[in-house]
Design a binder for this molecule. Structure first.
Ligand code: HEC
Ligand code: HEC
Length: 459
């Protein structure tokens, strides 16, 4: 036995020395185009495609993943309750899964159990750590639902106007322009305020993105646009309240969250009104409704449960690509490069080392993101800064899993607020740094646009 291990160890070492980028566990000859995430790829393409644990977890890790899964799906209720109590007093939804449908995206509606869109709010200036400055009585997020005895902060009204878009070849389509408005405020807002709509994104491969080395992300920045393609990119730096330091931002639609742990703890606190060890203060703290309806004491979510859910999200597999040998898909992949989508939607990245979960370690992944912020123009702007992200900047949305959104979410919506009903509409909204690329897309022939769509649907 020992000899076999030594021999395979030597073979692995030689393989690695000869062409390995990192200590990757999947030999290069076993890679094929379907593997979106190396060993963390899963081959289910059903409506449950985003819900699987990566293969080969130890029995203990699988158990932790499963416990996290249960918590992710559990509906919280107002305290006192034997389990999953502590909801509210104000909140946006009652469970993770209600917003991240089948671990996919959310529906762009507000104020109901099926709503996945939430509204951030702030006023001019920054807090002590450079983050958004809270609005008195509201904090930095509008909670549009409340438990019995409390009032929602506001109703978020969404209305759309259809505006036709004509391609250079005369083909016409329509884009819907959203307008957001806060109504039925529970207490008046006395300062000018900014709002930012955010739709729940799919939760794919985030454990891998957490392991992309910071140097890799920073190497994508093209300060001063040296290659003259109109694209610069910028990293966000955000405050990690748990580690008490400023770190590079990776999660959230403006790369405004430092880690999965903090992203999830903030979701419990802000989206559900459930406190946990990194975010132990109710979102309603300091507001008039706070004292009357909240029991002040220990945190509402056990430390272990927060850790389970974090491990669950971290160990969700990435769906494999489909139809990779289809000639149209292949042609579309070349076009994706030609019109320079890859300048932001980076096709190939290597993760760093992760000793506790080797499937996330040294993997060649195809997330189609650079994790950087880009100016996307006035049309997509929320005009609300978030740490170093300005009002026009958004994090390049990873495209893996894109083609399965329809199946997983039910009805798929795209972009940060779900205004795009199709992938094509999402592309047509690209502007700012992405304008050249968008224009190049509109100048493709109808057949080429089709091929590009087929490629995107294979992701
Ligand atoms: C009210 C709807 C809603 C609920 C409930 C919700 N989320 Fe989210 N989730 C969002 C939105 C919106 C974003 C984007 C936030 C941003 O840009 O800051 C997001 C982002 C995330 C991200 C980061 C994704 C990325 O690509 O960077 C993770 C991870 C996540 N949520 C996990 C959870 C977990 C776990 C729960 C349950 C504790 C949860 N969410 C509850 C709406 C929701
Ligand atoms: C300058 C960087 C940049 C370029 C170039 C770029 N994108 Fe994007 N892309 C982004 C950003 C940033 C977002 C998120 C925007 C938002 O949510 O408002 C995005 C979002 C998307 C989405 C929506 C994904 C989702 O799940 O909602 C699709 C689809 C997309 N891009 C495809 C493309 C294609 C195809 C091209 C080439 C024609 C392209 N992009 C070029 C930066 C870029």
């Amino acid at each position: 036995m020992k000899k076999i291990f030594t021999i395979s160890g030597i073979v692995l070492l030689i393989t690695c020395l000869s062409r390995c980028h990192k200590a990757d566990l999947l030999p290069a000859e076993r890679y094929d185009d379907r593997l979106s995430a190396g060993l963390a790829t899963n081959f289910d393409a059903s409506s449950h495609a985003f819900t699987h644990a990566i293969d080969g977890l130890s029995a203990r890790d699988q158990r932790v993943h499963d416990l996290g899964d249960q918590t992710f799906e559990s509906k919280f209720v107002a305290a006192p309750a034997p389990v999953f109590g502590g909801l509210g007093p104000i909140f946006n939804n009652v469970s993770c899964i209600n917003c991240h449908r089948n671990d996919g995206g959310g529906l762009p509606t507000t104020g109901s159990a099926t709503s996945g869109l939430l509204m951030r709010i702030s006023q001019a200036g920054t807090d002590a750590y450079g983050g958004a400055l809270a609005v008195s009585g509201y904090g930095t997020q509008v909670q549009d639902l409340a438990i019995l005895g409390a009032k929602p902060e506001a109703h978020v009204n969404i209305s759309y106007t259809e505006v036709p878009f004509t391609y250079p070849d005369g083909v016409v389509t329509s884009l819907r322009h959203p307008v957001y408005e806060l109504q039925n405020l529970y207490t008046p807002i006395s300062v000018p305020y900014m709002i930012s709509p955010r739709l729940a994104p799919r939760l794919v491969g985030l454990g891998l993105l957490e392991k992309v080395p910071e140097n890799t992300i920073l190497a994508f920045v093209d300060d001063g646009d040296k290659n003259d393609d109109g694209i610069t990119g910028k990293a966000n730096y955000v405050y990690d309240a748990y580690a008490n330091q400023i770190v590079i931002g990776r999660f959230g639609l403006k790369a405004n969250a430092p880690s999965l742990l903090m992203q999830i703890a903030m979701a419990y606190q802000q989206d559900m009104g459930v406190t946990s060890y990194p975010t132990s203060q109710e979102s309603a703290f300091g507001q008039s409704q706070y004292q009357s309806v909240t029991d002040i004491g220990s945190t509402e979510l056990a430390d272990s449960m927060l850790n389970y859910v974090t491990f669950y999200v971290k160990t969700l597999a990435v769906p494999a690509r489909r139809n990779v040998t289809d000639p149209d898909v292949k042609a579309g992949s070349i076009l994706f490069n030609q019109v320079n989508c890859t300048a932001c939607h980076r096709a190939t990245i290597y993760t760093g080392t992760e000793s506790s979960t080797p499937q996330l370690s040294g993997q060649q992944i195809h997330p189609y993101t650079d994790l950087l912020l880009h100016d996307m123009g006035d049309g997509l702007a929320d005009d609300r800064p978030d740490f170093r992200a300005n009002g026009k900047e958004w994090r390049t949305q990873p495209l893996w899993g894109l083609g399965l959104m329809q199946k997983t979410t039910g009805t798929a919506y795209y972009l940060h607020d779900g205004r795009a009903r199709t992938i094509e509409e999402a592309i047509l909204w690209h502007d700012g740094e992405a304008k050249k690329s968008r224009d190049a897309f509109t100048q493709l022939t109808n057949q080429q646009r089709d091929q590009l769509m087929k490629f995107l649907n294979s992701l």
